[in-house]
Design a protein around this ligand. Structure first.
Ligand code: SF4
Ligand code: SF4
Length: 104
């Protein structure tokens, strides 16, 4: 998701870009109450992310994984079916660099 990059077209929070990221990185271990070490599956690089304070409730609802088994483990959808990155403040570097097709 590109919620706050320099994209000239706003992200519509469809969640498509995050729906297959479970193939790119995964959770290796829980490192704190709301903190997780993730690892990029190809490079082996690790990074620690933390669930944003205001997204903890939604994070613990994991029903999304039934519908999107390959989704990023931190992707959730709110009551309006808009995608939410629950680790937005500490999101992986790859997500920070991602430039959505809609933004080109
Ligand atoms: S695919 Fe593009 S518009 Fe949809 S959530 Fe990702 S960045 Fe936003
Ligand atoms: S960490 Fe956030 S932005 Fe990155 S794939 Fe997961 S939900 Fe999307």
């Amino acid at each position: 998701m590109t919620e706050s990059n320099s994209c000239s077209v706003a992200c519509n929070r469809c969640g498509h870009c995050c729906s297959y990221m479970g193939d790119v990185f995964g959770i290796v271990e829980k490192t704190g109450q709301f903190e997780y070490r993730i690892q990029y599956l190809i490079t082996g690089i690790m990074q620690v992310v933390a669930i944003d304070k205001d997204k903890r409730d939604i994070f613990f609802n994991t029903s999304i994984l039934d519908k999107h088994p390959l989704a990023c483990p931190f992707l959730r959808f709110d009551n309006e079916n808009l995608a939410v990155c629950t680790v937005h403040h500490t999101r992986p570097d790859l997500c920070r660099m991602y430039l959505c097709e809609k933004c080109k």
